[in-house]
Design a protein around this ligand. Sequence first.
Ligand code: TYM
Length: 384
Amino acid sequence: MNSFRVTPWEVEGSVDYEKLIKEFGTQPLTEDLKKKFVDLAGEDHVLLRRNVFFSHRDLDKVLDDCFSSKGFFLYTGRGPSGRMHIGHIIPFVFTKWLQDVFGVNVYIEITDDEKYVYKRDAKWNQIQEYAYDNILDIVAVGFNPDKTFIFKDSEYIKHLYPLALKVSKHINFSLAKAVFGFNNITNIGLIFYPSLQIVPTFFEKKRCLIPAAIDQDPYWRIQRDIAERFGYYKAAAIHSIFLPPLTGLRDKMSSSKPETAIFLNEDYETIKRKVMKYAFSGGQPTVEMHRKLGGNPDVDVSYQWLYMFFEEDDKKLEELREKYKKGDLLTGELKQYLIDKIWEFLEEHQKNKDKARRKVEKFMYDGKLSKRMWDLEFEDVFSE
Ligand code: TYM
């Protein structure tokens, strides 16, 4: 039997996403809903078309709120435990697209606190370095500075803490254990942390839509239990599957296993070496056999990466699939195709990241609250 486990901190085993929808109690993103969404957006996105985003909570209600001009806002985040890899950037690319097509505010939480308490050997200074580097990667995605607020928990805490306190008071340990798998050796920093990931869903008195991989959903489940008691909306979410590790279709990419991922700061030679060496192939062991029997794109990681993100052109993708299946396209050729696509994306990203250094203040809390799309004072939180 295939067993797997998905929590916000760990993914083990080969994930069965249909089962996960049932286990987490989310809804499948149906073709019908997708069509409504795309119609409203006025354009399609490769991550929707290829079912990378496959599940949701209350996305239909977000659409209703758009129709009735109530509007909504977007929220997503990053835990700075290391350099970002290609998987991490996916929700940000999608969030940026949503911001462009719907013209809405985006809040991005950088959870230095979470990573500090979660990782036993974490060094605070190291996490701060990663946080800055990750923020540059996020800014490089191209968000609208007038409608985007990036905040780091340890810096913005004064403004998060009142609501976090209130949230924490509504979550008992038994629920937190059931939802997050905490146990007697979990440190109490991590036990409190979920309140801080829930707070930004209350930044505006509108529905909050959260694009992220499905591992983050447990937070939203709790948020949805308590939100209405606070006079806020239940959070809506749109969930993606994980971009699989280079080494095979199981698990999740991991920063601690560099061979599983391509990092956003890697150069062409490194990408080439990693893909050629590690990308799990659905091809045959010899060229002769491959020409004769053909490859299997469904288990081939290079094909899957092209399918999920890197080849937007449907016709080209279909052509690659057919040629690979027939054995006309060899594994090395498919890998080279992917390498060029990854580099096309990363070369551009790295240029934008260089420029991001000069732009970053426009997105962040400056300690004086002059960046103030939202600001809730203690009195407001406790007055209700
Ligand atoms: P973190 O830093 O683990 O992950 C950042 C974002 O990347 C998604 N993700 C992936 N997506 C596709 N393929 C993958 N292989 C892959 N690996 C990770 C994650 O789901 C996440 O969206 N606790 C959070 C930080 C956070 C947050 C949020 C995330 C705070 N508030 C609101 C999403 C929404 C974290 O450590 O994410």
